[in-house]
Write a protein that binds this ligand. Structure first.
Ligand SMILES: *Cc1c(COP(=O)(O)O)cnc(C)c1O
Length: 434
């Protein structure tokens, strides 16, 4: 009854459900490492600290930043940390009263405006232009002496690389703001471009996505944050450092925003990332970006455009993921994205992300990842196309699709009821017969 990346494709856009190598699992569960106690003296955990130190160096190299904190437990927490660092930096410049706006494109991940708001900023939305890129004219209008910074998801949630990054970073920097890079999904850009080289000041990476840890069902994760040198003293404590006598945890960072996580971060996830990066090396990481982009464009090209239209079609290629719209199916057959997604479950495959990003109606967001062989991509495209053809031509099949899922252990769920406190049942119990 269960489904995971070992059973087949898991093309959940924005989530990067790539195959998690079993060797990372085995090494990540090394008993000498996972049985270490967080209160153990530093001398007795030098090996573990060395791994964490090396990982932070690797992530600094990959992102083009000067110093990395491994503490944040997830991407969203990495963003929150980044926004708090911005706030502390602005406070130290004596501008906290006047600099309170965070620019966020409408194609950003939903956690971006949430993190900015939690850190006390006013969110200023920047629209996308007709190519699905940040509208540079709008950035010019909205950037001002009130701008604390701008958060950019790269590639954006349409799977597009922002072409005007250099100009955007210049505009925001000239106004005295900082640039934040949401690097949750770095699959497409590994070894190609680095956030630091493009002028970003703060970056987070979702190591559970890009560097593979099983994270279905909401965790576990880790969202390390890298910063440029002028922000290094603001990172959360502790950071892992090296001195002549060995490795140690540094709790005395001059301007640190403080602690964000119990003990030293989600060590298990960080260990898996270390294994994954060490195993692939820089050449392997470059291959990841090449193949993730190839896989996504290969799959996209096979989809029937009469059923799945491509918004912002003139912007190609897509990066590691793409977004199509099931609007043609809705118009011609009255079948909605959610119904297509549910009927994919009947075919024994996992559905893509639905109804995200919000700037595309009837969105289907597909991220095949670099670990899928072409046979799987072909099969997935066939299933999507056959489902669409059935919806368009066969009234009986259409009814099956709108009632889907029909073959799963649990049929269509009432999603409103499922999240309503009065009816939500969180543990198993025998339901009395009425
Ligand atoms: C997944 C994701 C996040 C949030 O990461 P979590 O680890 O789920 O908190 C933020 N931004 C982007 C672009 C993402 O894809």
């Amino acid at each position: 009854m269960n489904f995971g990346v070992d059973c087949g494709m898991f093309p959940l856009g924005s989530c990067t459900m790539k195959y998690n190598p079993k060797v990372s699992e085995r090494l990540g569960r090394n008993r000498g490492l996972i049985n270490a106690h967080p209160h153990q003296p530093e001398e007795s955990v030098q090996g573990l600290l060395e791994i964490l130190y090396n990982l932070s160096q690797m992530l600094a190299e990959i992102t083009g930043t000067d110093k990395v904190s491994l503490a944040p437990a997830a991407g969203a927490q990495g963003e929150f940390v980044g926004a708090l660092i911005m706030r502390a930096y602005i406070r130290d410049k004596g501008e906290l009263e006047t600099r309170d706006e965070m620019l966020v494109p409408d194609s950003a991940h939903g956690t971006n405006p949430a993190s900015a708001a939690m850190a006390g900023f006013k969110v200023v939305k920047v629209p996308s232009n007709r190519e699905g890129q940040v509208d540079i004219e709008s950035v010019k209008e909205k950037v001002s002496e009130r701008t604390a910074g701008m958060m950019l998801t790269v590639p954006n949630t349409l799977g597009l690389f922002e072409r005007n990054i250099i100009e955007i970073t210049r505009l925001v920097h000239d106004a005295g703001g900082l640039m934040y890079y949401d690097g949750a999904n770095m699959n497409a850009l590994l070894g190609r471009v680095r956030a630091g080289d493009m002028g970003f000041d703060i970056v987070h990476i979702n190591v559970h996505k890009t560097f593979s840890t099983p994270h279905g069902g909401g965790g576990p994760g880790a969202g390390p944050v890298g910063v440029v040198s002028k922000l290094a003293d603001y990172l959360p404590i502790p950071t892992v450092e090296r001195r002549s006598r060995g490795y140690y945890l540094n709790y005395v960072l001059a301007k640190s925003i403080g602690r964000v996580k119990g003990f030293h971060g989600n060590i298990g996830v960080l260990l898996r990332a270390y294994v994954y990066i060490s195993m692939l090396g820089s050449g392997g990481l470059k291959k990841v970006s090449e193949q993730s982009v190839l896989a996504s464009n290969y799959l996209l090209k096979q989809l029937d455009q009469n059923a799945y239209s491509l918004p912002y079609a003139e912007s190609t290629p897509r990066k590691h993921e793409f977004v199509v719209s099931c609007q043609p199916l809705k118009d011609k057959a009255g079948v909605r994205t959610m119904e297509i997604a549910k009927s994919l479950l009947d075919e024994g495959v996992h559905a893509p992300t639905t109804y995200f990003p919000l700037i595309v109606d009837e969105a289907l967001m597909v991220e095949p990842t670099e670990t899928e062989p072409f046979e799987n991509l072909d099969q997935y495209a066939n299933i999507l196309n056959q489902t669409a053809r059935a919806a368009l031509t066969d009234p009986v099949a259409r009814l099956r699709i709108t009632n889907a899922p029909n073959n799963t252990a649990v049929s269509k769920l009432d999603e409103v009821k499922a999240s309503h406190p009065a009816t939500l049942v969180l543990n198993w119990r025998k339901i009395p017969k009425l």
